[in-house]
Design a protein around this ligand. Structure first.
Ligand SMILES: *[C@@H]1O[C@H](CO)[C@@H](O)[C@H](O)[C@H]1NC(C)=O
Ligand SMILES: *[C@@H]1O[C@H](CO)[C@@H](O)[C@H](O)[C@H]1NC(C)=O
Ligand SMILES: *[C@@H]1O[C@H](CO)[C@@H](O)[C@H](O)[C@H]1NC(C)=O
Ligand SMILES: *[C@@H]1O[C@H](CO)[C@@H](O)[C@H](O)[C@H]1NC(C)=O
Ligand SMILES: *[C@@H]1O[C@H](CO)[C@@H](O)[C@H](O)[C@H]1NC(C)=O
Length: 439
């Protein structure tokens, strides 16, 4: 028997209002709270209840609502994770809509990539159960939320390629503690388009973009030259050697090795912290490295930002008048870690949207060839399976390689924001993964 335990937590991060690496899809501007005389209420902090063992009160205090058009029960609030620094983590939990009476419904934790990207993006743009329309009304939009499991998938994006393994490892270690108060039955983790290992991944970009026609030969070579420089900086700093103290790129000077890694990446492709347009934009005039078929991010990526400015919504979801932080400050503290190597301790499913550039398939493939684990040889020679949602479908949903409990999935027709592009395929994928039914 397999009882899945994933947590369902949403992280609302602290920081300022700008964008950060791999966060290009998050709304540029979170409008300040609308001043319409409606009281936004107070943020709800649950840690004091938990410390007193008052779990019923905590549950009551965190119950979300009312929101017009929303009937499903959910719970939201803050946990204080560090009193000294007054660090608080926001979550929004959706119980299973229909739960077996034996309480065996899996719990899923969704952590947005970014770094510092709020998982509210995942909630409102990728997974549901809510969708916000053009008139900033809540609705249920993703077909899969109507299904009986009622869960909001648990994939992880990009930077989560690093912290998802870290959290899983932490849970694993805590479970070994003989004095533990709680055993978390962690069954699996999924990393979507995850930037796990820049050292193996960085060198793959230029060729990929050339092969899909986004760069010509000269542009490919330019891109490759600097990508290799970023990789070298990574290796140098990894070896803790003294590196060249600055580089100059397109008029953008950096003064430290660690900055050099991020700045090159940012200058080439990402353009979030770089004050000018990145090279990728200059040579393609496209602004969407999450899906190479699209020129701009879709307008509805931004709708939820407007909803979060409404004091009525803020009251309902227990955030009060706190500023919505989109995460740059978080990123500034950890961005250089992007260039650290993280190999997952428990790799269960890694999936990639076929149309993603920022963590494109060849990046993940190159990384997976270097992960040292007992199944590596079998992984390298595993037959690729063709996955269809229904066996009788003409449409192919994707391709899967499996070794024991490890799955690598490529999802056709979708990019980095996979559940947005391919909701049915994303849902089928995560359902197969959770229910252990295979592909
Ligand atoms: C809280 O933050 C302080 C300051 O960064 C740190 O020294 C301390 O270890 C943190 N406490 C916990 C429980 O993480
Ligand atoms: C709980 O019920 C479900 C559906 O009825 C069943 O598939 C599952 O095996 C049960 N789990 C436990 C722990 O009894
Ligand atoms: C892209 O073009 C802009 C405007 O011409 C320029 O300022 C910027 O430096 C260019 N970016 C790169 C990476 O060359
Ligand atoms: C938020 O509300 C508190 C009182 O509840 C007030 O002291 C504070 O100034 C408000 N902050 C903002 C940013 O409006
Ligand atoms: C798969 O088959 C089921 C039942 O035959 C049907 O309800 C469902 O719509 C199909 N899904 C797709 C994606 O075609």
């Amino acid at each position: 028997m397999r009882v899945q335990f994933f947590l369902s937590v949403i992280v609302l991060v602290c920081g300022s209002e700008a964008k950060g690496a791999l966060r290009g899809m998050f709304p540029d501007k979170h409008p300040p709270m609308l001043q319409n005389g409606v009281d936004p209420g107070q943020p709800v902090f649950l840690t004091p209840y938990v410390e007193k063992g008052q779990f019923d009160q905590a549950q009551k205090a965190s119950k979300v609502g009312p929101i017009p058009g929303v009937t499903q029960d959910s719970y939201a609030g803050f946990f204080t994770v560090n009193k000294t620094t007054n660090s608080n983590m926001y979550f929004w939990f959706f119980p299973a809509q229909t739960s077996p009476s034996n309480g065996s419904a899996p719990v899923l934790l969704w952590l947005q990539g970014g770094p510092g990207g709020s998982s509210l993006f995942g909630l409102f743009v990728e997974n549901g159960p809510y969708l916000i329309n053009k008139d900033i009304k809540f609705g249920t939009g993703f077909s899969f939320t109507d299904k009986d499991e009622g869960y909001a998938t648990n994939e992880e994006d990009s930077y989560a390629g690093k912290y998802v393994p870290a959290i899983s490892y932490k849970i694993h270690m805590e479970n070994q503690n003989p004095f533990k108060k709680l055993n978390i039955n962690l069954q699996g983790l999924a990393i979507g388009d995850g930037l796990c290992d820049p050292e193996t991944m960085m060198p793959q970009y230029a060729d990929f973009m050339f092969q899909i026609g986004m760069l010509d030969e000269t542009q490919r070579d330019y891109f490759q030259k600097y990508a290799m420089q970023a990789t070298t900086f990574f290796i140098i700093s990894y070896l803790k050697a003294k590196a060249a103290t600055y580089i100059t790129l397109a008029g953008y000077k950096t003064t430290t090795t660690s900055c050099a890694q991020r700045c090159i990446f940012d200058m080439l492709l990402n353009g979030d912290l770089y004050p000018y347009k990145p090279y990728f934009y200059n040579v393609t005039n496209t602004n969407n490295y999450y899906n190479f078929l699209l020129t701009e991010p879709p307008a509805d990526f931004d709708y939820y930002a407007t909803a979060l400015a409404d004091p009525m919504i803020r009251r309902a979801i227990h955030v009060g008048n706190l500023t919505y932080h989109s995460g740059e400050q978080v990123e500034k503290h950890i961005i250089n870690d992007i260039m650290d190597t993280v190999k997952p301790w428990v790799a269960v499913m890694m999936y990639t949207g076929q149309l993603d550039i920022i963590v494109a398939i060849p990046l993940t493939e190159a990384f997976l060839q270097t992960v040292q684990w007992s199944g590596l040889d079998r992984y390298k020679s595993a037959d690729r399976m063709i996955w269809r949602i229904n066996d009788s479908d003409k449409e192919v949903a994707g391709y899967v390689r499996q070794v024991d409990n490890f799955y690598q999935v490529i999802v056709r027709g979708g990019g980095h924001i996979l559940p947005y592009d391919q909701p049915a395929r994303s849902f089928d994928m995560i359902t197969r993964f959770i229910s252990n039914t295979g592909f």
